[in-house]
Design a binder for this molecule. Structure first.
Ligand code: 5AD
Ligand code: SF4
Length: 572
């Protein structure tokens, strides 16, 4: 076992000063793990015109993260391609997966074609997200299979595949028969369908293809059936096994799985490759115990496991030393955090301790569950100006009847009590939420209660989704499904109403000045972009030559439903 303990720091630094163009619109993580915008298709929020997300280029990532003095188990020139679907939790898991691979001497590449190892970190919160993964896997179907014929080749076969090759040949009907003299180069009809044969075909392709994340956990070994060219299936609840699984693949094993959920461990790696140059993500609690009736997360991410407070604080200190000034604490239900160590810190105490780390200018956390949201969290926000004034508190529905059917554990009134705590805070707290329309049995009256809740709470942003029936979930069997068309109609009405609320909310901010962390630069001269503490997107003008990563003061001159427009008035 190679000790990479000293590498954490060198892997985390060096990305702060990267330049690039652009910024995404508000990117809240949603409970259940999917960052999706409030548009009818459930895509991410639209980017601002002329802006794009700033991410380190692959070349920069590899350069910055070049392992020092850590043994490389991977073969010379080994490369990986990693694509991530879904939420910020998945984004951050991918950062850790990349860290594991880089630590083994792999280099990241930008296309699947250029990679020896191809990994998809997947999302299954709604059906569309899961389908996307299988369409990606379809693109990787080996040419041999597409042309209707598989060919046994000797290629770069691992030990197990070589052995399988010796055991398989094909009878007159084209069916695989176990015997000792299968020859490389032998053509095989497509309908041949034997696991050993598939191993050979996979090996001949010469690539390792892996499915990670929620689809992996949900579909398990079925994935090998649907896409036999896949060789690694590992759910997010088993990521702690990933280094070992990768080592098994390197040793020539062609099919490995990590599908346990009965774990009390979290996925902590010694090396995390961080993609966002300014905002560092930190998972403090994994999994979910809440069992909402529509949600796959408890199945795909397993039970709640919290990370020890001392280890979290140590990582925050290292991040601050490395130059990160903003940290975002992550969890499907972040405020259900339960410190497993003797210190037994409450979530609000942890928030305070993170905020007190020298060098940390902004602390965010997402996603909060209403059941565990109490006054102590509001008080800690009030007491620490560097805890951002934004809370994402998913409600899902404004109707107590629907909330009960969803098993959300609170009523409309109880939820509104939590909102009242925030509205009474000494400084304004921006509130955002998630909503589902068209849950089975949702009547027109229920839906109207949801619309009325929008008016009452005045959210700063809403991520709205059409209900999507998911495997294994209790709501799958509920009566009174709402037709797709009707779900679409309700979603459009909700979004129209919310757009007007946001326009009015944002217009009230014209003339005010906010601190902005600059994270985007437009292609147009003097145009910059960043986020306020409330996580609003601010596009602004400034004649300065270099502002990326800086904190500046910006005065709002006009407002749009999803962003503010301003001009820089000074440094923060
Ligand atoms: N259908 C539609 N939306 C869902 N969400 C979770 N599960 C489903 C589902 N089956 C939404 C919830 C959650 C967000 C991340 O995704 O609003 O908060
Ligand atoms: Fe959130 Fe409920 Fe899903 Fe847990 S089960 S992630 S609380 S929506």
């Amino acid at each position: 076992m190679i000790n990479c303990k000293t590498m954490g720091k060198s892997f985390d630094i060096g990305l702060e000063r990267l330049t690039g163009t652009g910024v995404p619109a508000i990117d809240a993580i949603q409970e259940g793990g999917v960052p999706v915008g409030n548009d009818a298709q459930g895509k991410k929020p639209p980017l601002q015109d002329g802006f794009a997300t700033i991410r380190a280029s692959t070349e920069q990532k590899n350069r910055t993260l070049k392992p020092e003095g850590c043994g490389t188990q991977a073969a010379e020139g080994a490369t990986f391609y990693l694509e991530t679907f879904g939420c910020q939790m998945n984004d951050h898991d991918s950062e850790k997966v990349a860290g594991v691979l880089l630590g083994r001497g792999y280099q990241q590449v930008e296309t699947p074609e250029a990679a020896k190892v191809i990994l998809y970190n997947t999302c299954s919160i709604r059906e569309k997200a899961a389908q996307k993964v299988f369409s990606r896997l379809g693109e990787l179907r080996p040419a041999e299979e597409r042309s209707g014929e598989w060919r046994v080749t000797s290629g770069e076969l691992g030990a197990e595949a070589r052995e399988a090759q010796a055991r398989v040949s094909f009878g007159s009907q084209g069916k695989p028969v176990l015997q000792k003299n299968a020859q490389p180069g032998m053509a095989v009809p497509r309908e041949a369908n034997h696991p050993s044969l598939r191993k050979i075909v996979n090996a001949a392709g010469g690539k390792i293809i892996g499915v990670l994340g929620c689809v992996a956990q949900q579909e398990g070994e079925e994935i090998f059936e649907r896409a036999p060219w896949v060789s690694l299936v590992c759910g997010s609840a088993s990521y702690r096994k990933l280094p070992q699984l990768i080592a098994e693949l390197e040793a020539g094993n062609r099919r490995v799985t990590g599908l346990d959920t009965d774990t009390d461990e979290t996925f902590e790696t010694e090396i995390t490759r961080r993609d966002n140059p300014w905002r560092a993500y930190l998972t403090i609690i994994e999994g979910c115990d809440k069992a909402c009736s529509y949600c796959v997360v408890p199945f795909t991410r397993g039970p709640e496991r919290s990370r020890a407070s001392a280890s979290i604080l140590e990582e925050v200190r290292r991040l601050a030393e490395s130059g990160y000034s903003e940290v975002q604490l992550l969890g499907q239900t972040v405020n259900s955090y339960a410190d497993p160590s003797m210190r037994k810190m409450r979530f609000s105490e942890l928030l305070a301790a993170v905020a007190e780390v020298s060098g940390i200018r902004r602390v965010r956390f997402t996603t909060s569950h209403p059941r565990d949201f109490g006054k102590d969290i509001v008080e800690v926000i009030e007491a620490h100006p560097n805890i951002c004034d934004h809370v994402h508190l998913p409600v899902q529905s404004g109707s107590t009847t629907v909330l009960r059917a969803m098993a959300r554990t609170y009523s409309r009134e109880e939820y509104l009590e939590k909102i009242a705590l925030m509205k009474a805070a000494r400084r304004p707290i921006s509130i955002t939420t998630d909503m589902i329309v068209g849950f089975p049995g949702e009547t027109e009256k229920d839906f109207e209660e949801t619309l009325a809740l929008l008016d009452e709470v005045q959210y700063d942003s809403v991520f709205a989704f059409k209900y999507s029936p998911r495997p294994n979930t209790p709501s799958l069997k509920m009566a009174d499904a709402i037709p797709e068309e009707e779900k679409g109609r309700r979603l459009a009405i909700l979004m129209d109403r919310q757009r007007e609320i946001q326009r009015a909310q944002n217009e009230k901010l014209v003339g005010e000045t906010f601190e902005v962390l600059v994270d985007g630069k437009s292609r147009r001269d003097n145009q910059w972009s960043g986020h306020t503490s409330s996580n609003r997107v601010m596009n602004f003008t400034s004649p300065e030559r270099e502002l990326l990563g800086d904190y500046v003061q910006v005065k709002v001159v006009s407002a749009m439903p999803n962003s503010l427009v301003g001009e820089m008035v000074g440094r923060a």
